[in-house]
Design a protein around this ligand. Structure first.
Ligand SMILES: [Zn+2]
Length: 406
């Protein structure tokens, strides 16, 4: 193997070989032969050894970077690649090793404690996360304190002590301002309608979130137990979050000002779905984006699988609309009202499939208004034939100028 040429009999290698043999001896004793006290001792000794080994690995990765060991193997660009090409290892871990060793160069007391197994990689990772250039000197000054914490406090206590140390190091509240600045939630919608939610909360928002969400999650957990459902914590978390949001959206009497979702399903697809629920079939689904008879989508036009729709059919209220084959509403009904009545607005939404009438506009669904295509101020009727969906900004821009109707 390629490494054959790399292995030499330097003194370092011999020492590693000795350590490997010693570990082999340790492992040769079956754990079942050890007494409880011996097992306890074994566990603790191995933890120390793990810390020492981690420290040795970090040093080795950094030194290998600096000596460009990748040159030992043609075409290999980095130390991490070199390691991963020769041993079963995640190259990201090698890169992290090297970075940690590099960071530790400024902290000889921490490095020494790491090498002797008195502080763990996890402790150092927390310190590194907390590190900022503006209190670098303070951190260097207090490194012995961090080692002392690691030796005298449990891991969580250590984190707390570090958090307090940071408060002392930060009299202006720069860190707190940083936390507030980072607070935010990103909601990213995928074309299939699913959402990816990620974000960051400052400690106070986090506490508020945890109090409300934790309370709700406990209720979901208990309800699951009562029903004998086995959902994992992530699934229960999601339901707890949805419950809270839905409750925030609800009126005081528990009803909703608008449906939580509207599903638009053609009769053909609905019948097919019901048949498949009785008798599973491998036949292709009768779905077609261009065919009014092949629709199964949310009212904003997001396609959804009929099976998913079937899972909530028992919750829904049904409303039937009849469309012409080209997806345009069957006839033009007129109302005397200035605004489109609710049922007419619903029809217009289904027809619009979530799009604003302005070509190329990608405004979100909840921005859409029912719009008189020919402005009402110029005699345009409140009729399905004169209605469409237009987003708020485009609607304002259009005003009552039919030439701007797009
Ligand atoms: Zn628009």
């Amino acid at each position: 193997m390629a490494l054959g040429g790399v292995r030499s009999t330097t003194s370092g290698d011999t020492a590693v070989a000795l350590a490997q043999r010693a570990l082999g001896d340790v492992l040769a004793t079956p754990l079942s032969c050890l007494s409880r006290a011996e097992l306890g001792e074994r566990l603790l000794d191995l933890q120390t050894l793990r810390n020492q080994l981690d420290a040795a690995l970090c040093d080795a990765a950094l030194a290998a970077d600096e000596q460009a060991v990748n040159l030992l193997e043609p075409g290999v660009r980095t130390t991490a690649q070199f390691a991963a090409a020769n041993r079963p290892v995640d190259p990201a871990l090698i890169r992290a090793d090297s970075r940690l060793a590099h960071w530790l160069r400024d902290f000889p007391v921490l490095a020494e404690a790491f090498a002797s197994g008195r502080i763990s990689r996890a402790h150092l990772t927390n310190l590194r996360l907390a590190h900022r250039n503006r209190f670098h000197e303070l951190m260097v000054r207090d490194q012995h304190l961090f080692v002392e914490h690691a030796e005298t406090l449990d891991f969580k206590g250590c984190g707390r002590a570090l958090a307090y140390w940071l408060l002392h190091a930060d009299p202006d509240g720069e860190l707190a301002k940083e936390q507030l600045q980072k607070t935010g939630v990103t909601i990213r919608e995928h074309p299939d309608g699913s959402l990816r939610i990620s974000g960051w909360l400052d400690p106070l928002s986090a506490a508020a979130f945890k109090a409300a969400h934790g309370h709700e999650a406990q209720k979901v957990f208990e309800a699951d137990q009562e029903r004998g459902w086995h959902r994992n914590q992530r699934q229960q978390n999601a339901e707890a979050l949805l419950n809270l949001l839905a409750r925030g959206f609800a009126r005081p009497d528990g009803s909703f000002p608008a449906p939580l979702f509207d599903i638009v399903m053609s009769q053909r697809v609905a019948e097919d779905t019901l048949l498949r629920l009785q008798e599973p079939s491998n036949e292709p689904l009768p779905l077609d984006h261009d065919d009014v008879d092949g629709r199964c989508e949310l009212i904003d036009g997001t396609p959804i699988h009929p099976w998913l729709a079937s899972q909530v059919m028992h919750l829904g209220r049904f409303r039937r609309h009849i469309f012409k084959p080209d997806g345009i509403k069957l006839d033009s009904t007129t109302s005397n009202s200035h605004r489109f009545p609710k049922w007419m607005g619903h029809l217009l939404r289904i027809e619009g499939r979530g799009r604003c009438l302005t070509p190329g506009c990608d405004s979100p669904f909840h921005w859409l208004h029912n719009d008189h295509v020919h402005p009402r101020s110029r005699g345009g009727a409140t009729a399905t034939g004169n209605g469409g969906n237009r987003c708020r900004p485009d609607n304002l821009w259009k005003g009552d100028d039919p030439l701007r109707a797009g």
